[in-house]
Design a protein around this ligand. Structure first.
Ligand code: G3P
Ligand code: CA
Length: 334
């Protein structure tokens, strides 16, 4: 105000009026200059606008489905470890997918292989495991105290560049369940389901794992102690396992794991209709989804890691998706 008074009020007002005129004049000239171009470009502008709006709509598409964290959240944390399962919980999965094998002292160990995968595990001395020796170091021939010495988290899985590393051992199924349940309780999270894969094959009996009856009884004992039946699904590629559970523990949901192939033949071979049909997404088509659902099964394909792969499956009406990247899957959840 002191500055205005010094040079007189009229000077300041004139300056403001002059600036206003200048702005108005430049707006007019801009309009005159660009209006013809603007008019001719209008259809293109409208098209671009609708395209962008549609793209946005497509991106915002969401679905109701069972989001299953494969080996926890394998894309982000060392697979089948407690940090991986906790990461999956943070990403709002409905179900934790995991694999189990048996140790010499008959403990149920969470592991994809009944040995130590050389691309992700180091031996008890921190040395690399060679591909020649991997299948000779059998979990079924080691007590859990020995298994605990192996580090299956410090080496990043080369297939998953976003995977964090940390020194961590293969956990027991009972420790996974108790840690997950405590985490859920302490953080007021919704309860999750467990999709537990029994890793067996006919040629592995008594070498890589016990026979199906012994294997199943051990797994059943752990589950019964810690979880209600309705929160568990037993899955296997080994149909002997599904047949065993169907006969001896019929209250459990069962999931038939397959790669591809004819669904009717597969279910005929199994001899009963399980609750879930779980094929590789790579061989799945819309007809098979409908066929499985008409037969009374839910369809939960594995292992779907890209949004562009998930969307068509969800549009076909699959009931769930098993993914290494629950962070991607959660973006598609309603
Ligand atoms: O749950 C299905 C999926 O886990 C089967 O494949 O080899 O990753 O156990 P895999
Ligand atoms: Ca599995």
């Amino acid at each position: 105000m002191y500055f205005i008074n010094l040079f007189g009020k009229s000077w300041f007002l004139n300056f403001i009026l002059y600036m206003k005129k200048l702005i108005f004049a430049s707006k007019q000239s801009l309009k005159l200059k660009f209006m013809p171009y603007f008019k001719s470009c209008l259809p293109v502008i409208i098209l671009v606008f609708f395209f962008a709006a549609n793209l946005n709509l497509a991106n915002a598409q969401t679905f109701n489905f069972d989001l299953q964290g494969h080996r926890g959240a394998r894309g982000l944390m060392p697979e089948n470890t407690i940090p991986s399962f906790l990461e999956a919980l943070k990403l709002d999965v409905n179900t934790l997918e995991l694999d189990v094998v048996i140790s010499k002292d008959k403990k149920v160990v969470v592991s994809h292989e009944p040995w130590f995968n050389p691309s992700i595990c180091l031996d008890a001395s921190g040395n690399q495991i060679t591909e020649e020796s991997e299948k000779k170091i059998r979990i079924y021939e080691m007590d859990y105290a020995e298994i605990l010495q192996f580090d299956c988290g410090s080496t990043q899985n080369p297939q998953f560049p976003k995977q964090q590393t940390q020194k961590v051992a293969k956990p027991l199924l009972e420790d996974v369940i108790s840690t997950v349940e405590a985490y859920i309780k302490n953080n007021n999270l919704p309860k999750v389901a467990y999709n537990i894969e029994i890793k067996s094959a006919p040629k592995g009996d008594d070498t890589f794992h016990p026979t199906i009856d012994v294997f199943s009884k051990l797994v059943h004992k752990v589950i019964k102690k810690q979880l209600p039946t309705e929160r568990v699904t037993i899955q296997s590629f080994d149909f002997r396992v599904l047949k065993y559970w169907n006969k001896h523990y019929p209250a459990f949901k069962l999931s038939a794991l397959v790669s591809g192939g004819d669904i009717k033949n597969q279910i005929d071979k199994l001899g009963f209709t399980p609750q879930i049909y779980s094929p590789s997404f790579k061989y799945l088509d819309q007809n098979t989804v409908k066929q499985a659902q008409t037969m009374g099964m839910k369809v939960i394909p594995w292992t779907v890691n890209q949004k562009e792969e998930m969307i068509p499956l969800l549009e076909w009406g699959v009931d769930g998706i098993i993914t290494d990247y629950p962070d991607i899957g959660m973006e598609l959840k309603k």
